[in-house]
Design a binder for this molecule. Structure first.
Ligand SMILES: O=P(O)(O)O[C@H]1[C@H](O)[C@@H](OP(=O)(O)O)[C@H](OP(=O)(O)O)[C@@H](OP(=O)(O)O)[C@H]1O
Ligand SMILES: Nc1ncnc2c1ncn2[C@@H]1O[C@H](COP(=O)(O)OP(=O)(O)O)[C@@H](O)[C@H]1O
Length: 382
């Protein structure tokens, strides 16, 4: 599977192109796991290797990359050993051999659910099975969006748990900087709203997450109940951040030195978002230009994608990755809440959402994202 979305800062306008769920665990909000493709035990290491926290740069211990980001080696593709080949349709048992080692890679989970991922063979990543995500990836492998999503290799099984197997997008990068941005103006499905009305299930953990950010956010009644609906929490998160005003939000960043920041819940205004993006690219103009070009390219592909027009894309992220060698890439990830529209309904992804139209604001958000990156360039180029 080609990872066509990896480019170098000396491309495309400047030259060469290089190749390169919630069942429901707590959110990682920052977890470091070094992918050990040859480690057949595949034990998650969320607890012992956590580097990121909601307290951000200032508040949390931030181990250096050398101490925290161990590099591990993977199985040998060149050996011709094909025991890792996965049937794309049928769940497989986990192989028990230890193939020779091939490449050095490391993996970092910036945000998302703890325990959702495992290292796979040969630069692959395993994400806990989610049927709707599988269906999306299967369709995406035959869509014009294919270069903008991780390669998908079907379902595999380990310890009676099914996983979707995909490319580890970090595999070809060297100590990468990573940013996860959640796209769209709505972060919950219409279906979730309907269910919440029909059978409300207030959650204490949602209340606690809300209070941790703003003790005054819950209503008097919510304080009394010490629990809130997930949709209420999600809507509050949207208005607290830039989701409601810009159609995307920064979820988390991992910097080259190994520090992580997931303290973006209140990053809302254009100025705040711009500042965070400037920090992420470290004011590196070629990197910024590559991201801007890549998003412009993605927009044009999205506007013509059969998959995209026929799906409500909610809670999906763009993963931005660059490193010191000049490699830059952007991919769409997380299709757990991407749902097909009933035929022949389609979405334009820009029309504002009103309940029933299922619009997600994805392209509106991408327009704003591109505008912000474009507006950053002249000042940095001076
Ligand atoms: O980011 P914070 O504020 O912690 O809130 C999270 C995110 O919105 C998750 O969405 P995503 O995975 O898209 O980032 C969502 O998972 P879902 O994807 O299941 O909606 C979590 O719901 P629960 O997992 O139900 O807690 C919710 O608690
Ligand atoms: N294919 C991938 N390659 C590399 N990193 C990934 C990949 N998919 C996910 N990640 C990492 O895991 C994080 C969470 O991914 P996501 O799919 O959103 O999980 P969840 O469904 O648990 O929210 C991302 O922010 C990113 O750091």
């Amino acid at each position: 599977m080609t990872k066509a979305a990896v480019i170098s800062t000396s491309c495309p306008s400047m030259g060469e192109k290089s190749e390169s769920q919630a069942g429901k665990q707590p959110r990682v909000r920052a977890e470091l796991k070094a992918a050990t493709a040859n480690d057949r035990s595949l034990l998650p290491h969320a607890d012992d290797e956590s580097v990121c926290s909601d307290s951000g740069f200032g508040g949390s211990p931030a181990p250096s990359s050398s101490s925290s980001f161990e590099e591990h080696e993977g199985p040998n593709e060149a050996s011709g050993d094909d025991s890792w080949k996965i049937n794309k349709m049928i769940p497989h048992s986990w192989p028990t051999f230890s193939p020779p080692l091939r490449k050095r890679s490391s993996w970092v989970q910036v945000v998302g659910h703890a325990g959702n991922f495992q290292a796979g063979p040969d630069g692959k990543l395993l994400k806990k099975y989610c049927k709707s995500e599988q269906q999306c990836y299967q369709k995406l492998m035959h869509d014009s969006l294919q270069p903008f999503v991780p390669g998908y290799y079907g379902v595999t099984q380990h310890d009676e748990q099914d996983y979707n197997m995909m490319d580890d997008l970090l595999a070809d990068f060297d100590s990468p900087c990573i940013m996860d941005c959640k796209m769209g103006s709505r972060t919950y499905l219409e279906e979730e709203l309907r269910k919440a009305r029909e059978c409300p299930q207030p959650r204490r953990d949602m209340y606690e997450k809300m209070v941790a950010v703003d003790a005054n956010a819950p209503t008097t009644e919510e304080h009394a109940q010490q629990s809130i609906l997930k949709t209420r929490y999600m809507q509050w998160r949207e208005t607290l951040s830039s989701t409601a005003t810009l159609g995307f939000r920064i979820e988390g960043v991992k910097n080259a030195n190994g520090t992580c920041n997931t303290n973006f819940k209140k990053t809302k205004g254009k100025a705040q978002v711009t500042e965070a993006l400037q920090d992420f690219v470290d004011k590196n103009v070629p990197v910024l230009r590559c991201y801007q070009q890549r998003l412009t390219e993605l927009r044009s592909v999205l506007e013509n994608s059969n998959f995209f027009r026929g799906h409500e894309v909610v809670g999906s992220s763009l993963l931005f990755i660059h490193d010191q060698t000049g490699k830059v890439g952007v991919w769409m990830i997380d299709f757990g809440k991407t749902m097909p529209m009933p035929c022949p309904l389609i979405l334009d992804h820009r029309t504002p959402w009103v309940e029933g139209n299922r619009e997600d604001g994805y392209l509106w958000g991408l327009d704003n994202f591109i505008d912000i990156l474009s507006s950053m360039l002249p000042a940095l180029e001076e």
